[in-house]
Design a protein around this ligand. Structure first.
Ligand code: XIL
Length: 365
């Protein structure tokens, strides 16, 4: 049958794909597969998110506001992913630049983009030791003042995005490598109870949002992930609303693959919380070469397989999808090439490896 020149479906995932295909069948037409892998060849129609959805998971990407003017970039961003995380625009310095003065312009821009593309939004992040506004870090606060500031921040931001953000990284990077609490501004003045408080306040502001603790270097079992395991267990025992543990997944080829990732995800699932890989990128010492890109592809597949093997691992987010906008080169000297698409938006071996890993059909039960 000749393919009619229907407008190519902008969204090809999930129900919309089924709907379009069914509608086309009824009309006796065929829908042309959308080519959007960015690899120059005719790609299969299913996106990474479509494939993840077949397993009941999502596949997402971070993005940042300046990038939203790059049309080839936004086309792929809008098509391939089911969830979006703002890389910077929901952090404290962006949302409350002056005490009590909130600015949601940039966060809203990301939410609007996501909604226009029928994507869900992961909120990142309500409290963190980094990217705090100057007024907060330079002030001297009594415990009562700081508690009130934190409560107001958490509740104002969560309320603003109520119904628009499905999960929040409530607390980001609150542990040290040795499993002790990071002595951030909040810990120093309020003690460890600020974590349970923040979770409770967030829950009051949006009872439907899934609330996460999120950190890096927690992909393997060790003192840092153990500390989260114990903390989450205690929070659950105390009836504190905590629903998920986010493993950022900033991996580096030179440090070896976190071999017990799946086992680690499973033990959190056994605590009855969700897990998610929230900021995945797999960097390498530059220059990249074929062997490193092949190893990177294998790691992306292994991360994906680990998540798929654990029921409560709900999704994977890459920390932006293209090397064009990766944070790595600016933060890790001499390293980069960390994402599944290269600087020219061309799909790398990692992209195909993720596809293959997601393409294995779930067993029917
Ligand atoms: C990074 C952003 O991608 C950069 O643009 C910014 O300059 C610094 O922060 N862990 C996190 C993220 O939780 O918020 C960080 O994002 C990357 C490390």
């Amino acid at each position: 049958m000749r393919t009619l020149a229907l407008p190519a479906p902008r969204r090809s995932r999930g129900r919309s794909a089924v709907f379009l295909a069914a509608a086309a069948l009824l009309a006796g037409l065929a829908v042309a597969p959308a080519a959007h892998a960015g690899d120059g060849r005719k790609a299969e129609a299913a996106t990474l998110h479509d494939l993840a959805e077949d397993h009941g998971r999502y596949f997402g990407s971070a993005t940042d506001n300046p990038e939203l003017t790059d049309t080839p970039y936004t086309e792929l961003l809008g098509e391939e992913f089911g969830t979006i995380t703002p890389g910077n625009s929901m952090k404290w310095d962006a949302t409350e630049p002056q005490r009590g003065v909130f600015d949601f312009t940039k966060g809203d821009e990301v939410v609007d983009f996501a909604r226009a593309h029928r994507q869900r939004v992961r909120g990142h992040t309500l409290l963190w030791h980094s990217q705090l506004p100057g007024w907060l870090t330079s002030g001297t606060w009594s415990a009562d003042e700081l508690r009130a500031i934190l409560k107001n921040h958490v509740q104002t931001v969560v309320k603003h995005y109520k119904g628009k953000v499905f999960a929040w990284d409530v607390a980001n990077e609150i542990m040290n490598e040795d499993g002790t609490y990071r002595e951030n501004l909040f810990y120093k003045t309020l003690g460890p109870g600020y974590i349970a408080d923040a979770l409770r306040w967030a829950h009051q502001a949006d009872p439907k949002a899934k609330l996460y603790l999120n950190d890096y270097n927690v992909e393997w079992i060790g003192p840092k992930s153990d500390a989260y395991y114990e903390l989450i267990k205690q929070l659950k025992a105390d009836g504190v609303p905590v629903h998920g543990f986010g493993l950022q997944g900033h991996l580096a080829l030179q440090y070896g693959f976190p071999g017990n990732l799946q086992e680690n995800l499973q033990r959190f699932a056994d605590l009855r919380v969700d897990t998610a890989l929230t900021e995945v990128d797999i960097r390498m010492v530059l220059p990249s070469d074929e062997a490193k890109l092949a190893e990177q592809a294998d790691w992306y597949a292994r991360v994906t397989e680990a998540c798929l093997a654990v029921k409560r691992c709900v999704g994977i987010t890459v920390w932006d999808y293209t090397d064009r906008y990766s944070w790595i080169p600016a933060f890790f000297e001499g390293e980069g090439a960390a994402l599944p698409w290269d600087e020219n938006l061309k799909a790398k071996p990692a992209y195909f490896a993720i596809r293959d890993a997601l393409g294995v059909r779930p067993k029917k039960t």
